[in-house]
Design a protein around this ligand. Structure first.
Ligand SMILES: CC(=O)N[C@@H]([C@@H](O)[C@H](O)[C@H](O)CO)[C@@H](O)CC(=O)C(=O)O
Length: 305
Protein backbone atom coordinates (compact mmCIF):
# COMPACT_ATOMS: atom_id res chain seq x y z
CA UNK A 1 0.00 0.00 0.00
CA UNK A 2 1.12 3.55 -0.76
CA UNK A 3 2.09 5.63 2.24
CA UNK A 4 0.48 8.81 0.84
CA UNK A 5 -3.07 10.01 1.40
CA UNK A 6 -4.60 9.12 -1.97
CA UNK A 7 -8.16 10.16 -1.17
CA UNK A 8 -7.32 13.84 -1.30
CA UNK A 9 -6.60 13.53 -5.04
CA UNK A 10 -9.93 11.99 -5.99
CA UNK A 11 -12.83 13.89 -7.57
CA UNK A 12 -12.69 16.99 -9.73
CA UNK A 13 -9.38 18.74 -10.35
CA UNK A 14 -9.44 21.81 -12.58
CA UNK A 15 -6.49 22.13 -14.97
CA UNK A 16 -6.13 25.86 -14.41
CA UNK A 17 -5.78 28.22 -17.35
CA UNK A 18 -2.84 30.60 -17.57
CA UNK A 19 -3.12 33.97 -15.84
CA UNK A 20 -1.60 37.04 -17.49
CA UNK A 21 -1.94 40.81 -17.21
CA UNK A 22 -2.74 43.13 -20.13
CA UNK A 23 0.91 43.01 -21.25
CA UNK A 24 0.92 39.23 -21.35
CA UNK A 25 3.06 38.86 -18.21
CA UNK A 26 2.17 36.33 -15.51
CA UNK A 27 -0.26 37.93 -13.08
CA UNK A 28 -0.15 36.56 -9.55
CA UNK A 29 -3.19 38.66 -8.76
CA UNK A 30 -5.26 37.06 -11.53
CA UNK A 31 -4.04 33.58 -10.53
CA UNK A 32 -5.10 34.17 -6.93
CA UNK A 33 -8.51 35.45 -7.99
CA UNK A 34 -9.10 32.46 -10.25
CA UNK A 35 -7.93 29.96 -7.64
CA UNK A 36 -10.18 31.61 -5.03
CA UNK A 37 -13.12 31.33 -7.44
CA UNK A 38 -12.65 27.54 -7.68
CA UNK A 39 -12.15 27.15 -3.93
CA UNK A 40 -15.41 29.01 -3.29
CA UNK A 41 -17.28 26.69 -5.65
CA UNK A 42 -15.98 23.65 -3.74
CA UNK A 43 -13.68 22.23 -6.41
CA UNK A 44 -11.39 19.60 -4.89
CA UNK A 45 -8.10 20.41 -6.55
CA UNK A 46 -6.09 22.40 -9.09
CA UNK A 47 -3.55 21.18 -11.64
CA UNK A 48 -1.16 24.09 -12.18
CA UNK A 49 1.04 24.67 -15.23
CA UNK A 50 -0.21 21.77 -17.34
CA UNK A 51 -1.46 21.91 -20.92
CA UNK A 52 -4.36 24.27 -20.20
CA UNK A 53 -2.01 26.29 -17.98
CA UNK A 54 0.40 26.74 -20.92
CA UNK A 55 3.31 25.53 -18.80
CA UNK A 56 5.24 24.64 -21.93
CA UNK A 57 4.94 28.23 -23.20
CA UNK A 58 6.31 29.75 -20.00
CA UNK A 59 9.79 30.03 -18.59
CA UNK A 60 10.79 28.52 -15.26
CA UNK A 61 10.38 31.79 -13.35
CA UNK A 62 6.88 32.37 -14.70
CA UNK A 63 5.85 28.86 -13.74
CA UNK A 64 7.19 29.36 -10.24
CA UNK A 65 5.30 32.65 -9.85
CA UNK A 66 2.01 31.06 -10.90
CA UNK A 67 2.38 28.16 -8.47
CA UNK A 68 3.37 30.50 -5.65
CA UNK A 69 0.23 32.59 -6.21
CA UNK A 70 -2.00 29.52 -6.12
CA UNK A 71 -0.33 28.14 -3.01
CA UNK A 72 -0.56 31.47 -1.20
CA UNK A 73 -4.28 31.76 -1.96
CA UNK A 74 -5.68 28.24 -1.65
CA UNK A 75 -2.79 25.95 -0.65
CA UNK A 76 -4.41 25.25 2.71
CA UNK A 77 -7.87 24.54 1.26
CA UNK A 78 -7.38 22.64 -1.97
CA UNK A 79 -5.20 19.83 -3.28
CA UNK A 80 -2.58 21.37 -5.55
CA UNK A 81 -0.75 19.33 -8.16
CA UNK A 82 2.16 21.15 -9.79
CA UNK A 83 2.94 20.18 -13.35
CA UNK A 84 6.75 20.39 -13.49
CA UNK A 85 7.42 18.77 -16.85
CA UNK A 86 9.74 20.76 -19.11
CA UNK A 87 11.83 19.80 -22.14
CA UNK A 88 15.00 19.58 -20.06
CA UNK A 89 15.45 17.39 -17.01
CA UNK A 90 17.36 20.26 -15.38
CA UNK A 91 14.38 22.64 -15.50
CA UNK A 92 11.97 19.89 -14.47
CA UNK A 93 14.03 19.11 -11.37
CA UNK A 94 14.28 22.80 -10.48
CA UNK A 95 10.51 23.13 -10.75
CA UNK A 96 10.02 19.96 -8.68
CA UNK A 97 12.17 21.27 -5.84
CA UNK A 98 10.36 24.60 -5.97
CA UNK A 99 6.97 22.84 -5.82
CA UNK A 100 8.04 21.09 -2.64
CA UNK A 101 9.39 24.32 -1.12
CA UNK A 102 6.10 26.15 -1.62
CA UNK A 103 4.01 23.25 -0.27
CA UNK A 104 2.39 21.67 -3.35
CA UNK A 105 0.78 18.31 -2.60
CA UNK A 106 2.13 16.43 -5.62
CA UNK A 107 4.20 16.91 -8.73
CA UNK A 108 3.35 15.62 -12.18
CA UNK A 109 5.11 15.63 -15.54
CA UNK A 110 4.82 14.79 -19.21
CA UNK A 111 7.80 13.13 -20.87
CA UNK A 112 10.33 15.54 -22.33
CA UNK A 113 8.96 16.99 -25.57
CA UNK A 114 10.27 17.64 -29.10
CA UNK A 115 12.97 14.91 -29.20
CA UNK A 116 11.86 11.35 -29.81
CA UNK A 117 13.18 9.66 -26.69
CA UNK A 118 13.69 6.04 -25.74
CA UNK A 119 11.58 4.67 -22.88
CA UNK A 120 14.80 4.49 -20.84
CA UNK A 121 15.40 8.23 -21.33
CA UNK A 122 11.84 9.11 -20.34
CA UNK A 123 12.08 6.87 -17.29
CA UNK A 124 15.34 8.53 -16.27
CA UNK A 125 13.85 12.00 -16.87
CA UNK A 126 10.90 11.22 -14.59
CA UNK A 127 13.10 9.49 -12.01
CA UNK A 128 15.27 12.59 -11.58
CA UNK A 129 12.17 14.57 -10.62
CA UNK A 130 10.88 11.82 -8.34
CA UNK A 131 14.21 11.54 -6.51
CA UNK A 132 14.55 15.30 -6.08
CA UNK A 133 11.66 15.67 -3.62
CA UNK A 134 9.61 13.75 -1.07
CA UNK A 135 6.38 14.58 -2.92
CA UNK A 136 4.19 11.98 -4.62
CA UNK A 137 4.47 11.91 -8.41
CA UNK A 138 1.75 11.60 -11.06
CA UNK A 139 2.71 10.54 -14.57
CA UNK A 140 1.10 12.69 -17.28
CA UNK A 141 0.33 10.58 -20.34
CA UNK A 142 -0.69 12.69 -23.33
CA UNK A 143 0.74 10.97 -26.41
CA UNK A 144 -1.15 13.12 -28.92
CA UNK A 145 1.02 16.10 -27.95
CA UNK A 146 4.24 14.49 -26.69
CA UNK A 147 4.49 11.66 -29.22
CA UNK A 148 5.53 9.30 -26.42
CA UNK A 149 3.49 6.13 -26.07
CA UNK A 150 3.73 4.96 -22.47
CA UNK A 151 3.87 1.17 -22.36
CA UNK A 152 2.13 -0.94 -19.76
CA UNK A 153 5.55 -2.37 -18.86
CA UNK A 154 7.03 1.04 -18.03
CA UNK A 155 3.89 2.12 -16.20
CA UNK A 156 3.96 -1.04 -14.08
CA UNK A 157 7.62 -0.53 -13.26
CA UNK A 158 7.09 3.10 -12.27
CA UNK A 159 3.93 2.34 -10.26
CA UNK A 160 5.87 -0.11 -8.08
CA UNK A 161 7.50 2.88 -6.37
CA UNK A 162 5.70 4.27 -3.35
CA UNK A 163 6.10 7.84 -4.63
CA UNK A 164 4.46 7.16 -7.99
CA UNK A 165 0.82 7.41 -6.97
CA UNK A 166 -0.97 7.70 -10.28
CA UNK A 167 -1.26 8.53 -13.95
CA UNK A 168 -3.24 11.24 -15.69
CA UNK A 169 -4.39 9.82 -19.00
CA UNK A 170 -5.28 12.34 -21.68
CA UNK A 171 -5.23 9.71 -24.44
CA UNK A 172 -8.72 8.90 -25.61
CA UNK A 173 -8.71 5.13 -25.19
CA UNK A 174 -10.78 4.00 -22.23
CA UNK A 175 -9.40 0.51 -22.85
CA UNK A 176 -5.91 1.83 -22.14
CA UNK A 177 -7.22 3.61 -19.04
CA UNK A 178 -8.66 0.35 -17.73
CA UNK A 179 -5.47 -1.55 -18.54
CA UNK A 180 -3.30 1.04 -16.77
CA UNK A 181 -5.55 0.93 -13.73
CA UNK A 182 -5.29 -2.85 -13.61
CA UNK A 183 -1.51 -2.69 -14.04
CA UNK A 184 -1.10 -0.07 -11.30
CA UNK A 185 -3.26 -1.88 -8.79
CA UNK A 186 -5.89 -0.74 -6.32
CA UNK A 187 -3.70 1.82 -4.60
CA UNK A 188 -2.70 3.49 -7.86
CA UNK A 189 -4.75 6.47 -9.03
CA UNK A 190 -5.93 6.96 -12.57
CA UNK A 191 -7.16 10.40 -13.66
CA UNK A 192 -9.40 10.78 -16.67
CA UNK A 193 -8.00 13.39 -19.11
CA UNK A 194 -10.52 13.75 -21.96
CA UNK A 195 -13.36 15.79 -20.45
CA UNK A 196 -15.72 14.48 -23.13
CA UNK A 197 -15.52 11.02 -21.58
CA UNK A 198 -15.38 11.80 -17.88
CA UNK A 199 -18.23 9.43 -17.13
CA UNK A 200 -16.82 6.71 -19.36
CA UNK A 201 -13.44 7.06 -17.66
CA UNK A 202 -14.98 6.87 -14.18
CA UNK A 203 -17.10 3.88 -15.16
CA UNK A 204 -14.10 1.92 -16.36
CA UNK A 205 -11.80 2.64 -13.43
CA UNK A 206 -10.70 6.29 -13.19
CA UNK A 207 -10.62 7.66 -9.64
CA UNK A 208 -11.33 11.20 -10.74
CA UNK A 209 -10.53 13.63 -13.50
CA UNK A 210 -8.20 16.48 -14.36
CA UNK A 211 -9.50 18.68 -17.16
CA UNK A 212 -9.23 22.03 -18.85
CA UNK A 213 -12.87 22.68 -19.77
CA UNK A 214 -13.77 22.03 -16.11
CA UNK A 215 -12.44 25.57 -15.69
CA UNK A 216 -15.53 27.19 -17.21
CA UNK A 217 -18.06 24.69 -15.82
CA UNK A 218 -16.68 22.85 -12.77
CA UNK A 219 -20.21 22.62 -11.38
CA UNK A 220 -21.30 20.43 -14.31
CA UNK A 221 -18.46 17.96 -13.80
CA UNK A 222 -19.19 17.93 -10.07
CA UNK A 223 -22.78 17.12 -11.01
CA UNK A 224 -21.72 14.17 -13.19
CA UNK A 225 -19.48 12.96 -10.37
CA UNK A 226 -22.31 13.24 -7.82
CA UNK A 227 -24.74 11.35 -10.07
CA UNK A 228 -22.10 8.67 -10.69
CA UNK A 229 -21.38 8.17 -6.99
CA UNK A 230 -25.10 8.02 -6.22
CA UNK A 231 -25.62 5.39 -8.92
CA UNK A 232 -27.84 7.63 -11.06
CA UNK A 233 -26.59 6.37 -14.42
CA UNK A 234 -29.23 7.99 -16.63
CA UNK A 235 -28.85 11.39 -15.02
CA UNK A 236 -25.05 11.20 -15.13
CA UNK A 237 -25.26 10.44 -18.85
CA UNK A 238 -27.66 13.31 -19.44
CA UNK A 239 -25.19 15.77 -17.89
CA UNK A 240 -22.22 14.28 -19.76
CA UNK A 241 -24.10 14.78 -23.04
CA UNK A 242 -24.89 18.39 -22.11
CA UNK A 243 -21.22 18.98 -21.31
CA UNK A 244 -20.14 17.35 -24.56
CA UNK A 245 -22.31 19.64 -26.68
CA UNK A 246 -20.80 22.61 -24.87
CA UNK A 247 -17.25 21.29 -25.40
CA UNK A 248 -17.99 20.76 -29.11
CA UNK A 249 -18.98 24.43 -29.34
CA UNK A 250 -15.87 25.57 -27.45
CA UNK A 251 -13.66 23.48 -29.71
CA UNK A 252 -15.02 25.28 -32.79
CA UNK A 253 -13.05 28.46 -31.95
CA UNK A 254 -9.50 28.98 -33.25
CA UNK A 255 -8.20 27.93 -29.85
CA UNK A 256 -10.00 26.22 -26.97
CA UNK A 257 -7.90 28.00 -24.38
CA UNK A 258 -8.60 31.40 -25.96
CA UNK A 259 -12.34 30.70 -25.88
CA UNK A 260 -12.38 29.46 -22.28
CA UNK A 261 -10.29 32.38 -21.04
CA UNK A 262 -12.67 34.78 -22.79
CA UNK A 263 -15.59 33.12 -21.04
CA UNK A 264 -13.86 33.62 -17.69
CA UNK A 265 -13.40 37.28 -18.63
CA UNK A 266 -17.14 37.63 -19.30
CA UNK A 267 -17.65 36.50 -15.70
CA UNK A 268 -15.27 39.08 -14.27
CA UNK A 269 -12.27 36.73 -14.07
CA UNK A 270 -9.75 38.39 -16.34
CA UNK A 271 -6.83 36.02 -16.99
CA UNK A 272 -5.59 37.84 -20.08
CA UNK A 273 -5.28 36.26 -23.49
CA UNK A 274 -3.90 32.81 -24.22
CA UNK A 275 -0.26 33.06 -25.18
CA UNK A 276 0.54 32.86 -28.90
CA UNK A 277 0.49 30.66 -30.93
CA UNK A 278 -2.92 30.10 -29.31
CA UNK A 279 -5.21 32.57 -31.03
CA UNK A 280 -7.75 34.75 -29.23
CA UNK A 281 -11.45 34.71 -30.09
CA UNK A 282 -12.00 36.76 -33.29
CA UNK A 283 -14.03 39.94 -32.71
CA UNK A 284 -16.74 38.69 -35.08
CA UNK A 285 -17.19 35.58 -32.92
CA UNK A 286 -17.70 37.39 -29.61
CA UNK A 287 -21.47 37.33 -29.83
CA UNK A 288 -21.48 33.58 -30.35
CA UNK A 289 -19.14 33.13 -27.40
CA UNK A 290 -21.41 35.24 -25.19
CA UNK A 291 -24.37 33.03 -26.11
CA UNK A 292 -22.37 29.92 -25.20
CA UNK A 293 -21.48 31.47 -21.87
CA UNK A 294 -25.17 32.19 -21.20
CA UNK A 295 -26.02 28.60 -22.06
CA UNK A 296 -23.34 27.28 -19.68
CA UNK A 297 -24.61 29.54 -16.90
CA UNK A 298 -28.17 28.30 -17.42
CA UNK A 299 -27.00 24.70 -17.04
CA UNK A 300 -24.90 25.56 -13.99
CA UNK A 301 -27.99 27.04 -12.36
CA UNK A 302 -29.98 23.91 -13.20
CA UNK A 303 -27.27 21.57 -11.91
CA UNK A 304 -27.09 23.15 -8.45
CA UNK A 305 -24.48 20.92 -6.82
C1 LIG B 1 -5.44 17.19 -25.05
C2 LIG B 1 -5.88 18.07 -23.93
O1 LIG B 1 -5.49 19.20 -23.86
N1 LIG B 1 -6.68 17.54 -23.06
C3 LIG B 1 -7.21 18.28 -21.91
C4 LIG B 1 -8.70 18.20 -21.88
O2 LIG B 1 -9.17 18.93 -20.76
C5 LIG B 1 -9.28 18.79 -23.15
O3 LIG B 1 -8.98 20.15 -23.21
C6 LIG B 1 -10.78 18.60 -23.20
O4 LIG B 1 -11.08 17.24 -23.06
C7 LIG B 1 -11.38 19.15 -24.49
O5 LIG B 1 -11.02 18.36 -25.60
C8 LIG B 1 -6.67 17.72 -20.61
O6 LIG B 1 -6.60 16.35 -20.65
C9 LIG B 1 -5.32 18.35 -20.37
C10 LIG B 1 -5.18 18.85 -19.03
O7 LIG B 1 -5.89 18.48 -18.14
C11 LIG B 1 -4.17 19.85 -18.77
O8 LIG B 1 -4.47 21.00 -18.97
O9 LIG B 1 -3.06 19.52 -18.37
Amino acid sequence: MKTYDLDRFKGITVAMYSCYDEKGEVSKEAAKKLARHYANIGVNGLYVGGSSGEGMLQNVEERKQTLEAVMEEVGQEMTIIAHVGAPSTRDSVELSKHAEQVGAHAISAVPSIYYRLSPQSVEHHWQQMIDSTSLPFIIYHIPQTTGFQLSKALLTKMAAQDKVIGVKISAESTFELQQFKAAGGDDFLVFNGPDEQYLAGRSIGADGGIGGTYGVMPELFMKIEKCYVEGKAEEARKWQFIVNDLIAELLSFPSLYGACKEILKLRGLNTGEARLPFLPVPEAEMGRLERINEKIMTYINQAQV
